[in-house]
Design a protein around this ligand. Structure first.
Ligand code: ADP
Length: 516
């Protein structure tokens, strides 16, 4: 089975045995286009070609190792990044690039929808927080800021829809990608009339909704040949990368929470029916009709350690590189020299604004509590702790909604650091397990594919496919220190709301190229 994840930095295709063992894999990268402030676009044609190349290379690598593979691929199943918008004309020709989740240009419209246009009611029906990431806000922005393009657009589609259109000639969107658009009514499993009315678009301008288990076949022979697959190979539409990652790390049972810290981060848990938060702090996205994923994303995950590496500990990082060491490992060692709690130094990591639970694009980062006894090691440690505190602040929102959670699975680049993993156990005050999660979204997609085609009767088969690599239990002395710091940490963003707005406004106005 072939799991294909159309991500923001690359498309990865992983060929698994039906027992979940990796046979072969290939990733093809592509750039993010950021030529004006707030812009984060990608070229859909380039991504389509990357999907073809990733699949064909993974299939041929599997074939090289195991002999003829074309007839043996039981299914192809897709994962994809959420929230992308592409404008196309009547014939499916591109009128725009893919505007990705990271694009912030709909920021002012997100504020207006939230404050003046009953955005909270739309969130309660659709499960997607009102934020510039969402297609809802982006289409509103296009309508008002690029009216000519808006008028010419026959359809607004997402990246996975575009790839499937190129492969099969139909505009289809799965409930999972749809549930992250801000335009999908979670109870009716249909496009939300109120949201579409606000945008001034009709359902005919969006793709046809299908369950995540929907599958299609009948590749054009030339494409099948290019991919190295039999034309009859079933393609399962699949879901979004976030919910599939929960499946891929085997965090789908009640009370299990999956926490990811890659470049950004997220906390997610699976429940059996859609649920939104009266306080608007969490998202709710579909996995299957019986599995819904509730959680919150953070903008500031591993990107913070990257910033520390590049901007704060430049000399230490360069020295590590020169000595042939991983700079992250070297900085982790430096942070280890300081006690838990960084001797009273707190870091709020909102360098890129913050999504859950603040949903405030104007939030800004800060060191708080600096004293003369603090040095760079404290600053490095506080930054790592701040990322975990920030993720921890999502937990009350999730637990208010679904009740107590118990088990925690942690994934993403951060898990390479034993210190950072231990901080998670200490701050969350519970055992943290790191699953074996090589390309969890691809594995999740493949297992959803097995389920979709009736080859297994439950998603629980994932349990036999995922082992664990590390376990950390809380260290009581550290827990005690973090317990004292947590209320201080949590109070800051509430106190500074107005100052965040004023300062980010100042930054926008005085940034190079902006009005002075
Ligand atoms: P992505 O989200 O782009 O797929 P990853 O999951 O690989 O990326 O996460 C990248 C992040 O992982 C980096 O920004 C860094 O913060 C963190 N990271 C990478 N290597 C290490 C390491 N050895 N120790 C601690 N953190 C690391």
């Amino acid at each position: 089975m072939l799991g294909v994840d159309i991500g923001t930095t690359s498309t990865k295709a992983v060929l698994f045995t039906t027992q979940g063992q990796i046979v072969a894999q290939h990733a093809v990268e592509y750039p993010l286009l950021c030529t004006t402030p707030g812009m984060a676009e990608q070229d859909p044609e380039q991504i389509y070609q990357a999907v073809l190349a990733a699949i064909s290379t993974a299939v041929s690598a599997g074939g090289a190792e195991f002999g003829q593979i074309a007839g043996q691929v039981a299914l192809v199943s897709f994962s994809a990044a959420m929230h992308s918008v592409i404008a196309v004309d009547q014939d499916g020709k591109l009128l725009s690039n893919s505007i990705t989740w990271a694009d912030n240009r709909a920021g002012a419209w997100a504020n207006r929808i939230r404050d003046e246009l009953d955005g909270h009611q739309i969130y309660l029906r659709t499960g997607t927080p009102i934020h510039p990431m969402s297609p809802l806000c982006k289409i509103m922005w296009l309508r008002h800021d690029q009216p000519e393009l808006f008028a010419r657009t026959a359809r607004f589609v997402g990246m996975k829809e575009y790839v499937l259109f190129r492969l099969f000639g139909a505009w289809l969107v799965d409930h999972s990608i749809a549930s992250a658009t801000g335009m999908f009514n979670l109870q009716q499993l249909d496009w939300d009339q109120g949201a579409l009315r606000m945008l001034g678009i009709s359902p005919a301008q969006l793709s046809t909704l299908v369950p995540t288990t929907h599958h299609l076949s009948g590749l054009a022979p030339a494409v099948a040949q290019q991919l190295g697959l039999a034309p009859a190979t079933p393609f399962v539409i699949g879901a979004n990368d976030g919910v599939l990652s929960n499946l891929g790390v085997n965090a789908i049972a009640p009370g299990q929470v999956a926490v990811t810290i890659g470049t950004s981060g997220a906390m997610r848990t699976v429940i059996d029916k859609p649920l939104t938060d009266p306080a608007g702090r969490t998202f709710c996205y579909a996995l299957t009709a019986k599995h819904w994923v509730v959680g919150g994303p953070t903008n500031n995950g591993g990107s913070i350690f990257h910033w520390v590496r590049e901007e704060l500990a430049t000399a230490e990082s360069a020295a590590a590189k020169n000595a042939g060491q991983d700079p992250y490992d070297a900085l982790t060692k430096i942070a280890e020299g300081v006690r838990a709690g960084a001797e009273g130094l707190l870091f709020h990591p909102y360098l890129a604004g913050e999504r859950a639970p603040l949903w405030n694009a104007d939030a800004r980062g800060s060191y708080f509590g600096l004293a003369t006894h603090h040095g760079k090691p404290h600053m490095i440690r506080a930054a790592l702790e701040g990322v975990i505190f920030s993720l921890y602040s999502i937990l009350p929102a999730v637990e208010d909604l679904i009740g107590p959670t118990t088990h925690m699975m942690a994934t993403g680049g951060f898990a390479r650091s034993p210190l950072w993993r231990q901080m998670m156990a200490d701050i969350f005050e519970r055992e943290v397990v790191v699953p074996e999660s090589v390309e969890s979204s691809c594995l999740g997609a493949a297992v959803l594919g097995l389920y979709a085609l009736g080859k297994v009767d439950s998603l629980d088969v994932i349990g036999s496919m995922v082992g664990s690599t590390h376990r950390h239990v809380p260290i009581p002395e550290n827990v005690a220190l973090y317990r004292r710091l947590w209320p201080i940490y949590a109070a800051i963003p509430k106190l500074l709301e107005q100052q965040y707005r004023q300062l980010s406004q100042f930054q926008r106005e005085t940034a190079i190229g902006g009005p002075v």
